[in-house]
Design a protein around this ligand. Structure first.
Ligand code: 4NP
Length: 167
């Protein structure tokens, strides 16, 4: 049996609004299934302005309103070793995809793409497949709905891959 953890890193610009929301929701879904031993879950920002800060108040409030914990989360910046530790680097928008690749030292194996690419349903709501930034427009509940839908579908796919790998 392969007991290696699957690393999932969520990435946005500031690591205070969208990617901590995705980290908290994904961890919540994983814990509800009791499969937390199978995953290493984290989030980071491509920018460094908010390093050490707690998630944005809007993110904390929307998570709390849905019964999702944001305890113990503090912003950090992406680092080169993330490409060794995380098999999946899941970005909120296309600029995050471009910018996160700049942190890699040489070749990497990680899959780098956008969260909404994992979900047909979320892409119907947001056809450009970018998670809009509530830092600018305050739409934390809308972003929560997108993130929850996409994280649910992401988890389904990753669980199936883990089962396949362990066969
Ligand atoms: P995030 O949102 O990338 O979803 O965390 C932002 C947070 C902070 C800033 C921009 C976006 N900022 O310019 O400080």
């Amino acid at each position: 049996m392969n007991s290696q953890k699957t690393g999932v890193l969520f990435v946005c610009l500031g690591n205070i609004c969208r990617s901590p929301m995705a980290e908290a929701v994904f961890r919540h879904l994983v814990e509800k299934k009791g499969i937390q031993d199978k995953f290493r879950i984290d989030s980071a920002g491509t920018g460094d302005w908010h390093v050490g800060h707690r998630p944005h108040r809007g993110t904390q409030e929307v998570l709390q309103s849905h019964g999702v914990s944001s305890a113990g989360m503090f912003a950090r910046q992406v680092k080169a070793s993330d490409f060794d530790e995380f098999e999946y680097i899941i970005c909120m928008d296309d600029s995050n995809v471009t910018n996160v690749k700049g942190f890699a030292k040489g070749n990497y194996q990680s899959t780098v793409n956008r969260l909404l690419e994992w979900s047909t349903k979320a892409k119907l709501k947001q056809p450009d497949a970018n998670v809009p930034d509530p830092y600018y427009d305050g739409r934390f509940e809308y972003v929560f709905q997108l993130v929850e839908q996409a994280c649910t579908d992401l988890l389904k796919t990753l669980e199936a891959r883990i089962v396949e790998r362990n066969q």
